[in-house]
Ligand binder design. Structure first.
Ligand SMILES: [Zn+2]
Length: 329
C-alpha cells in the first residue's frame, strides 16, 4: 500500500510482542486555527507553559500541549471508526454498552487496534506497551507572544449582567488565558515496531484530528501538517532539540507572530537534516526533491476516501493480533 520501499525495513511484517528496533518518526507542525486553551489535567487555571533553554542557553518560556492530551484526541478519532465498524470488543463475555472497550474506564478489551497500538494496563496484570510515543509539543514562539487574556462575562438572556429574576448582579466574570490563532507547535510522534496497517491508522488519526482544546468547548481548532516521516533503528532526537534548532534557524528571518507556515516548514526540515548526522544508527530520511512524503500522504488520503477500503484494512489489522487468532509467535 505505502509506496515507499526505503521505509519498509522500519515497518514490521506482522505484530510481535517483543521490541525489534524499528522506529518511524513523524514530524509535525500543529497550528492553532482558533483561540485555544491547552491545560494540563488538574493544573487549574492558565495555559500550560514551561521555561526552557534555547540553543544559545537563553531561557525561553514556551506554551505546551501535553503529550497525553494530543494522544487522547487522536485515539478518540480512531476509535470512532473502530466503533463504526464494530471493531471494539469486550474483554470477556457479551459486548454491551457497559462492557465494551472504552477509554478512561479501565476496561480495555485487549483485542482492538487501539488497545494493541496505544497500549493499556489493567489492575489484574494485563498490559500492552504503547507503540505510539510522544513528547509534549512546544510552541515555536515564546508564550508571551502567542497568548492573550480575555475577560468573559456571562450575560443573562436579557443581555445584561443582572439576573432577570433575583435582580442580583452576576458574579461570573472570569479572566481566561488563551493561545491566539496561527501559533505553531512542533511535535514528534514515534511509532515503534508498527505494521503498515498500523502506520496508516496512526497517520489517519493525526491528520483527521482537528480539535485539541478542552473537547466540550467550541475553541481549540488545530491543523496538523506532517513535515517529514523518517525510519530508523534507534530513536532520533527530542522534540525540544528539534524546536531549538528550528527556532535558531528562523531567528535569521522571522521571530514575530504570525510566522508564515511555509517558512516554518522550510526551517523545520532544515533542522531535521542538521540533527540527523548526530545519530548513531541507520536512518532513512526522505529526499525533499523526490516527493516521497507526498506520495505516502496521498496513498493514506486515497484509502480514507474509500470507506470500504478503510473497513477492509481495519478488519485485516484487527484479525492479525494474537488474541483474535492471528499469527502466534
Ligand atoms: Zn480495546
Amino acid at each position: 500500500m505505502i509506496n515507499c520501499e526505503k521505509l519498509k525495513p522500519f515497518i514490521s511484517n506482522e505484530y510481535r510482542n517483543l521490541p525489534e528496533s524499528r522506529y518511524i518518526s513523524i514530524f509535525l507542525i500543529r497550528t492553532t486555527q482558533s483561540e485555544a486553551i491547552f491545560r494540563t489535567e488538574g493544573s487549574g487555571e492558565g495555559c500550560s507553559r514551561e521555561i526552557i533553554a534555547d540553543n544559545d542557553g537563553k531561557s525561553v518560556c514556551r506554551s505546551i500541549i501535553s503529550k497525553r492530551k494530543q494522544i487522547a484526541v487522536e485515539r478518540r478519532e480512531g476509535r470512532q471508526l473502530l466503533r463504526k465498524y464494530n471493531l471494539l470488543f469486550a474483554n470477556k463475555g457479551e459486548i454491551k454498552d457497559d462492557t465494551v472497550c472504552s477509554m478512561n474506564r479501565n476496561n480495555p478489551c485487549e483485542k482492538c487496534i487501539d488497545c494493541m497500538l496505544y497500549g493499556y494496563a489493567v489492575g489484574a496484570g494485563g498490559a500492552q506497551r504503547s507503540r505510539v510515543i510522544s513528547d509534549d509539543a512546544f510552541s515555536l514562539l515564546p508564550f508571551d507572544i502567542i497568548s492573550d487574556k480575555k475577560t468573559f462575562n456571562a450575560l443573562y438572556e436579557t443581555g445584561t449582567m443582572r439576573d432577570p429574576v433575583t435582580k442580583k448582579p452576576s458574579s461570573s466574570i472570569n479572566e481566561d488565558e488563551y493561545i491566539i490563532p496561527g501559533a505553531h507547535f512542533l511535535d514528534i510522534e514515534v511509532l515503534k515496531d508498527v505494521t503498515e496497517e498500523e502506520f496508516i491508522y496512526v497517520i489517519g488519526n493525526i491528520l483527521r484530528s482537528k480539535r485539541y482544546g478542552a473537547i466540550t468547548s467550541r475553541i481549540g481548532s488545530v491543523t496538523n501538517t506532517i513535515v517529514s516521516i523518517i525510519g530508523s533503528d534507534t530513536e532520533l532526537f527530542s522534540t525540544l532539540e528539534w524546536i531549538n534548532e528550528t527556532e535558531s534557524d528562523l531567528k535569521m528571518s522571522n521571530i514575530e507572530h504570525p510566522q508564515p507556515l511555509d517558512k516554518v516548514i522550510i526551517s523545520a526540515k532544515k533542522s531535521i537534516y542538521s540533527l540527523i548526522p548526530k545519530i548513531y544508527g541507520h536512518c532513512y530520511v526522505p529526499d525533499d526533491n523526490k516527493k516521497e512524503l507526498e506520495d505516502i500522504l496521498n496513498t493514506v488520503k486515497q484509502i480514507y476516501s474509500d470507506p470500504k477500503k478503510v473497513e477492509e484494512i481495519l478488519k485485516k489489522l484487527t484479525n492479525s493480533y494474537p488474541r483474535n487468532e492471528g499469527p502466534k509467535k
